[in-house]
Structure formats: C-alpha cells, structure tokens
Ligand binder design. Structure first.
Ligand code: AMP
Length: 139
C-alpha cells in the first residue's frame, strides 16, 4: 500500500467503511474485529492516522492507554471472559497488517486453544544488567 492511500482503519474512522463500534470519543475509536480470534475481540485505535507506536504523541499514547484499559474491562464484563490478552503488533515483522496503530483486546477462556509461541531464552544476570542500563540511558 502506498503512503498516500488511506488504510482500512482510516476509512472506517472517516465513515467510508462500516464497523461494529463499541466506543468512540474525540481521540479514540474501538470496534469489533471483523475476523475475531475470540468472542468480543476488539480493536482500539487513535483517530489520527499513525502507522507505528513511535508516531504517537505522548498525549495520544496516554489517551489510548487509558481507554484501552476501560474498554477491556467492559469487553470482559460482557463476554464473561476469564482473562484477556492486550496485544499490539508494531511493524510488519511483528505481525502488523494494517498500518494504523491498534491494540487488540482478546478475551480468553480456559481451553480456548489460543496461544503464542513463547520461547524463553536463558540470559545471565550481567547481560540483563548491561541491557537494562542501555535502555535506561536511551532518551
Ligand atoms: P494486525 O495484524 O495487528 O494489523 O491486525 C489487523 C486486524 O484488523 C485483523 O485482526 C483483522 O481481522 C482486522 N480487520 C481488518 N479489516 C477490518 C475491518 N474492516 N473491520 C474490522 N476489523 C478489521
């Protein structure tokens, strides 16, 4: 997709494509995922077009996070989920398909068969300490 072409989410925000809206304010829109991984799978996004997390202003990020937590609680209450995953795919390599920042709210139930390939690696304490120091020093 070229940079000039609006993403599917930009078109939803503009009202050109319908969605099953669950929340909207001046800055944030949330709607049901059209191909849900679970009942209540919801997407939460900033209304301003921003492809990547790094494109958000601090104020936009704060508002997105605030609404994400509130909407997740409503989704869990309505679906009766036993737990929830909050997921954001940032970048193609991370699985991002739509180039507009969005969190996934994925309600979970015992035995639902969903999961992530979680492959922990061993690291020694010195390596972890050095890496944490570098991240702390990053502006
Ligand atoms: P991601 O891979 O993180 O970019 O996720 C994109 C998500 O957007 C997928 O879960 C799709 O099912 C969902 N999606 C794509 N088009 C639409 C649409 N028109 N309405 C609702 N959800 C959509």
């Amino acid at each position: 997709m070229s940079a000039a072409q609006p993403s599917v989410f930009a078109r939803i925000i503009a009202g050109e494509i319908p969605c099953q809206r669950v929340f909207e304010n001046e800055h944030v829109l949330a709607f049901l995922d059209i191909r849900p991984l679970a009942e209540g799978h919801t997407l939460v996004l900033p209304k301003r077009s921003a492809a990547r997390l790094a494109d958000l202003t601090p104020a936009e990020a704060a508002e997105l996070g605030r609404q994400l937590v509130a909407i997740a609680q409503r989704v869990v209450a309505v679906t009766g989920a036993a737990g929830v995953n909050l997921l954001l795919n940032d970048g193609q390599v991370a699985g991002q398909e739509v180039p507009h920042v969005h969190f996934h709210i994925i309600p979970r139930q015992a035995g639902d068969g969903l999961g992530y390939r979680w492959r922990p690696q061993d690291r020694n304490a010195a390596d972890l300490e050095a890496l944490a120091a570098r991240i702390r020093a990053q502006p």
